[in-house]
Design a protein around this ligand. Structure first.
Ligand code: NAD
Length: 298
């Protein structure tokens, strides 16, 4: 069985690495946080002292890092994966990063004979724990086929959507839809409240119709409870929408809805809500409209 290097043991990476251990993969892991390394070692992984140690030992390397700068540093930086991995190694970057950064990393690795697929995920921590993530992949089909048994331990579906960068473009599309959908739900609930109709009853009445969605089912109850505990943090969504804007500019695709929603999220960030769930967009509308969406709130 392949020896897997795993770099980035945060909210998502930790349960994903645990699922690979459960599937009997041998794991050599690295994170800058010592606590995380101790935790995964206790689960049966080998703890590495550096990225180079992981890169030299593994046949396949998974990265689950915050954003493009961290992936570029870990993979292309001094002492990183590109300098130390054997030719033929397969890198699976599962972080949500800018598609253009993904393409850059893949093409630099190719110069060293190292293969890469971008494989960002959707589903959040609960699905990372259950191993039921949705995984969207970009790269060569033979590399995707090689990665598939590993991805199947982490997700309920893994779909190859195109060449390098296409996985992250798909993730950005996902994040555009989720952000606009949450904002629309908050805007509609504020309108109903101002017009004297209970938003809870609006939700009950419309959730089975055309406006209903997975996003509405997950986020409307949080708005109605005034619950902002994350899920998916405003700050992470800002990171993704910044990547959307950068990509939109590069390919000349207009993004008026995303631009507006990003501005709302940035305002919430400056009000100290960056670590709140993205459904806290409801707070933006509550302030703007001078009402509370939750029942009993005025
Ligand atoms: P996180 O911040 O919890 O974890 C990132 C980990 O990377 C941390 O443990 C950090 O110490 C480590 N790290 C950072 N720089 C490093 C470096 N130079 N070398 C080694 N390790 C380093 O983030 P997360 O929530 O696990 O998210 C990871 C990625 O998955 C992000 O791109 C995020 O957008 C995406 N994602 C997150 C969720 C979610 O619900 N949390 C859902 C889908 C996708």
């Amino acid at each position: 069985m392949k020896k897997i290097g795993f770099i980035g043991l945060g909210i998502m990476g930790m349960p994903m690495a645990k699922n690979l251990l459960k599937a009997n993969y041998e794991i050599i892991a690295y994170d800058i946080v010592t606590e995380a390394l101790k935790k995964i070692e206790a689960e049966g992984a080998t703890k590495a002292a550096s990225i180079s140690e992981v890169a030299k030992a593994a046949d396949t390397i998974i990265t689950m890092l915050p954003n493009s700068p961290q992936v570029e540093e870990v993979v292309l930086g001094e002492g990183g994966v590109a300098e130390n991995a054997k030719p033929g190694t397969l890198v699976i970057d599962m972080s949500s990063i800018a598609p253009l950064a993904s393409q850059k990393v893949a093409s630099e690795l190719k110069l060293k004979g190292i293969r890469m697929i971008d494989a960002p995920v959707s589903g959040g921590e609960p699905k990372a724990i259950d191993g039921t993530l949705s995984i969207m992949c970009g790269g060569e089909s033979e590399d995707f086929t090689e990665a598939k048994p590993i991805l199947d331990c982490l997700g309920a579906s893994a779909v190859l959507v195109g060449k390098n960068g296409a996985g992250n473009t798909t993730k950005l599309a996902n994040q555009v839809i989720v952000a606009a959908n949450i904002a629309a739900v908050a805007e509609a609930f504020a309108l109903a409240k101002k017009a004297g109709v209970d938003p809870q009853l609006v939700f009950d009445a419309i959730k089975g119709g055309l406006a209903g969605s997975t996003v509405m089912n997950a986020k409307a109850p949080m708005m109605l409870e005034g619950n902002t505990k994350p899920g998916f943090k405003i700050d992470l969504h800002i990171k993704d929408l910044n990547n959307v804007m950068e990509t939109g500019q590069a390919v000349e695709s207009p993004l008026p809805l995303t631009e507006q929603t990003l501005a709302m999220m940035k305002k919430l960030h400056h009000q100290g809500e960056g670590q709140s769930d993205h459904s806290a967009l409801a707070l933006y509308y509550e302030e703007l409209a001078g009402i509370k969406i939750r029942p009993g709130g005025n």
